[in-house]
Design a binder for this molecule. Structure first.
Ligand SMILES: *Cc1c(COP(=O)(O)O)cnc(C)c1O
Length: 332
């Protein structure tokens, strides 16, 4: 009588979380998953053999791997282009292109793609768009409002916010079309979150806007500090006016986020600096209340385009003065 027959197909905790996610992203519906990768691969599984996917050159390595190492074997082709260049997106379209995947700001150099411009190209080519919105979160960027069809999340990151839960989500502009297949795959392939994880995520999302605002403010201060540091060769943060995507970021985002990366003189210098931090935790992942630093190329495959001298920082909720002091002793 309640409408719930079996927990994999649907359950009250999951429905409550999905309603919240849909409202946050201003979509008609959302589907939640056991991880970000489960959300991503479910979207890719909704395609058919012969379909072509256009993806950015710089993106979360796991998404690139899902395309190259998993989907290619099922006849879904992918090509990778520099999405900061709109002309190269148009040039890479094929008659079989069914999906354009965006990630902005991108991992790990925070490159900015003009979401509206890509949506326009996709619509004229009759294909759908999906945007990995993990890093900005719906607090700072709402892809569906900009015309994107699907917003994708690793809820493991900012939505969870406390490094204690894995999760993923797909929010959809329309509950019809591609989302119907995603819903079917969610129930039948079974990469679903447990009811307890749904509950944990709802608890976390209650503090999301406050965390994002505080963490972004600290990240802006950190980017300015690093920009003036003599040992730092480059800082990647869209809040800096010198960042090539700054103007587009200002147009499509409500803030610049809490993720940044910077480059030191060499791979060795970067690894040594990461080893000297005391307050930061040296670990992968991002988006939690504790600040993390990592030598990104070390966790990506050997053919990664990520520079060897790059460190990625996820800014947490510690006092920013303490974080800057820790970075100063580590770098200098
Ligand atoms: C972590 C991450 C993912 C994958 O999410 P998991 O929850 O680890 O499976 C996808 N996209 C981005 C941008 C991420 O940071």
């Amino acid at each position: 009588p309640s409408g719930y027959a079996y927990a994999r197909a649907d359950n009250p905790n999951r429905q409550s979380l999905e309603q919240l996610l849909a409202e946050l992203e201003r979509g008609e519906a959302a589907a939640s998953f056991s991880s970000g990768q489960a959300a991503t691969t479910t979207v890719l599984q909704s395609l058919r053999p012969g379909d072509h996917v256009l993806a950015p050159l710089e993106m979360y390595w796991g998404t690139a791997s899902a395309l190259k190492d998993v989907m290619a074997g099922w006849g879904v082709e992918a090509s990778f282009v520099d999405m900061t260049e709109i002309a190269s997106v148009r040039a890479a379209l094929r008659p079989s292109t069914r999906l354009i995947w965006l990630e902005t700001p991108s991992n790990p150099r925070l490159r900015i793609t003009d979401i509206r411009a890509v949506v326009e190209i996709a619509r004229s080519a009759g294909c759908i768009t999906a945007c990995d919105n993990t890093c900005p979160t719906p607090i700072l960027q709402r892809p569906l409002d900009l015309g994107v069809d699907l917003a994708i999340h690793s809820a493991t990151k900012y939505l969870g916010g406390h490094s204690d839960v894995l999760g993923g989500a797909v929010a959809a502009r329309s509950r019809q079309g591609i989302f119907e297949r995603i819903r079917m795959l969610q129930a039948n392939c079974g990469a679903v979150p447990s009811p307890f994880d749904c509950w944990l995520l709802q608890r976390s999302i209650a503090t999301l806007p406050v965390r994002i605002r505080a963490q972004s403010e600290s990240a802006m201060r950190m980017a300015n500090y690093l920009s003036g540091h003599p040992r730092v060769k480059a800082v990647h943060y869209p809040g800096l006016p010198a960042h090539p995507g700054h103007d587009i970021a200002r147009r499509q985002m409500a803030g610049f986020g809490a993720l940044l990366s910077f480059e030191l003189g060499s791979r060795q210098e970067a690894i040594e600096a990461a080893a000297r931090v005391k307050l930061f935790t040296r670990a992968t992942s991002l988006g939690a209340v504790e600040s993390l630093i990592e030598h990104r190329a070390s966790v990506e495959p050997p053919d990664t385009p990520t520079p060897q001298e790059l460190l990625r920082v996820s800014v947490g909720l510690e006092h920013v003065d303490d974080l800057l002091e820790d970075l100063e002793q580590a770098i200098s």
